[in-house]
Design a binder for this molecule. Structure first.
Ligand SMILES: NC(=O)C[C@H](N)C(=O)O
Length: 586
């Protein structure tokens, strides 16, 4: 790596004796981050000639219009660079509206004593301007509600909040790959289009070309109507005539050439009839067979959907190359309008061969540079170590953005990251969890949803456990089999499965995972018991028929992790392009 190619996240720790500016490698400018996030706030760069580009957050003309102050942000860090332009250099009126793009060159200077910033840029040349008409700019003011911004998706990233969320999201993705790659996991790209329903819950978006094909056909048939019965009868008559002509020539012992020409005509007439008959079968609308939609006519010659989870497919790789993960978009066609659900969301799904949910081995994991002894619950340990790694990562790499979140959204978000990074997660069985909830009810706690063994824990129950009872992350494991998916391993009690959910303060369920059922007979009867058809899962059963292995994994809802980290309330604000019932902008 060349000297001037410091990874962006290391710029802040660079050697201050080196007062050269860090030129961006692929554009003729300096990232504002590399000026402002130095430990000296950029002061040591005074006297340096730089080019910067960015968007004006706020701008104002001063000194009776003789110069302008611009707060410029290029997204590389939350802080703005103060830029000063004299009226001789540019038309100041064009530069000051919020949202204007400026690409300027000048000299970095130390501002006068008593000002809050450590460095500012005096512009000598305006290289380029992307103007804004303030009367028409979609987000003219600086303080806007997140709800208002959801109607301005293309311009949301220009706001401090959405840009900070983008940096935090990016850091969490980087942390995810770093953590898993370090542990030797292979990143596997599982399909977006799938023909198996992982969760067996039927909340899938269908992928089909039948509707657009039907639309096209309908238009085509209007332009070019199908043959009528009479057309077909006429074509049949032509064949009859041509056939008779051939027969006549033959009986007249006509020449070979004449007969062959006549046979050619007969063949053409037959082909014509075949075509007409084929077209006469074309019917507008979705193709049907035996009163049902005929999916053999669909693009994939079968029903297909958007994936709800990459788990089943990634298991084929876990059962071959042992440690794998998938990280991609997943889709659920749930009509839920909550602040915790999206129709399109991202999931990180590690899957590990030779690992179970709970075994008695002893194991050490590193957290916050301190070695601690854990009882090995492979799947739980991996989930816990991963969450802790992400918390540490944000504290180390995104502290300025986290400070912004603490100031504007959630005072406790930094402490929450510290607490989670350093506190062992509580681990309780589902049965213990229900008992604790029952005790809470006896002591007067009111829940909307009834508490009894066998229920699926509701969000209020999960949050009580993590926020009130333990005040730290809680892993609940060994759930009743009746409320969990078919692929989870049946425990010896035959009542529960080796499933686990990681519950965290602020969001409740962050992770759901399990040891997978590796025994052929057991999983087959689980699929049958749940009333699911066997045929679509035959390939999955094959993994148990041939070279089966104990394995486990989990799924982390990536947006939930961002909610947890930032303290933002609505999941629609932590994904760049939210999709939810009634909305899919852009
Ligand atoms: N990979 C996982 O275990 C996640 C699980 N399939 C889910 O969708 O919740």
């Amino acid at each position: 790596m060349a000297d001037n190619e410091l990874p962006v996240d290391q710029v802040a720790t660079m050697d201050l004796n080196d007062d050269a500016v860090q030129r961006h490698q692929f554009s003729d400018r300096v990232l504002i981050k590399s000026i402002l996030t130095r430990p000296d706030g950029g002061a040591g760069l005074a006297g340096r000639q730089v080019r910067v580009g960015g968007w004006v957050k706020t701008g104002r003309e001063q000194g009776k219009g003789s110069f302008a102050f611009l707060e410029v942000n290029d997204g590389s860090c939350p802080a703005n660079l103060q830029v000063i332009v004299d009226k001789d250099v540019a038309d100041l009126g064009q530069l000051v509206p919020t949202g204007t793009c400026v690409y300027v060159e000048g000299m970095l200077k130390n501002p006068p004593e008593g000002t809050k910033q450590k460095i500012e840029l005096r512009v000598q040349k305006v290289v380029d301007v992307g103007m804004v008409d303030p009367a028409k700019y979609p987000i003219p003011k600086t303080k806007l509600t997140l709800e208002f911004l959801r109607d301005r998706i293309p311009f949301r990233p220009r706001t401090n909040t959405i840009a900070a969320v983008a940096r935090i999201r990016n850091a969490l993705a980087y942390a995810t790959h770093t953590f898993l790659q370090k542990q030797g996991f292979l990143y596997i790209h599982t399909p977006i289009i799938t023909t198996s329903d992982c969760e067996g819950a039927g909340e899938m978006f269908q992928v089909t070309t039948l509707i657009s094909d039907a639309d096209k056909l309908e238009k085509e048939l209007i332009k070019n109507p199908p043959p009528s019965e009479a057309d077909i009868e006429a074509a049949k008559l032509v064949i009859k005539e041509k056939g008779e002509a051939v027969a006549k020539l033959k009986s007249d012992k006509a020449g070979r050439e004449a007969i062959s020409a006549s046979v050619t005509e007969l063949t053409k007439a037959k082909e014509n009839l075949a075509k007409l008959e084929e077209r006469s079968k074309l019917k507008p609308g979705i193709p049907q067979k035996d009163g049902k939609i005929d999916y053999t006519q669909d693009f994939f010659a079968r029903q297909a959907f958007l994936t709800v989870s990459g788990q089943l497919q990634v298991e084929t790789y876990a059962c071959a190359v042992s440690n794998v993960y998938t990280f991609g978009p997943t889709f659920r066609a749930e009509h839920s309008h909550t602040s915790r659900h999206l129709a399109e969301f991202w999931m990180v799904e590690p899957e590990m061969a030779f690992s179970d949910l709970k075994s008695s081995r002893k194991y050490t994991i590193l957290a916050e540079s301190k070695k601690r002894l854990y009882e090995l619950h492979d799947d739980m340990n991996c989930a816990e170590a991963y969450v802790k790694f992400m918390c540490d990562w944000l504290l180390d790499h995104c502290f300025d953005d986290m400070e912004f979140m603490a100031k504007n959204y959630d005072k406790s978000c930094i402490n929450r990251l510290r607490m989670v990074a350093s506190t062992p997660f509580e681990r309780i069985t589902y049965t213990e969890a229900v008992e604790l909830l029952e005790v809470a009810v006896k002591e007067g706690k009111h829940f909307e949803n009834k508490v009894e063994w066998g229920i699926d824990l509701a969000s209020e129950h999960e949050r009580y456990l993590t926020e009130v009872k333990f005040q730290k992350p809680v892993i609940v494991y060994n759930y009743p089999k009746g409320i969990k998916a078919f692929y989870m391993r049946l425990n010896d009690d035959l009542k529960t499965v080796a499933a686990m959910d990681v519950l965290v303060p602020k969001v409740g369920e962050l992770i759901g995972g399990s040891q997978r059922e590796e025994r052929y007979d057991v999983i087959k009867s689980r699929i049958e018991d749940m009333g699911l058809p066997l045929e679509p899962y035959e390939w999955y059963l094959d993994l148990r028929r041939f070279g089966t292995v104990k394995h486990s994994g989990f799924g982390l809802g990536f947006e939930r992790m961002i909610l947890f980290a930032t303290g933002i309330d609505n999941i629609r604000d932590v994904i760049p392009f939210p999709r939810y019932p009634g909305r899919a902008d852009l």
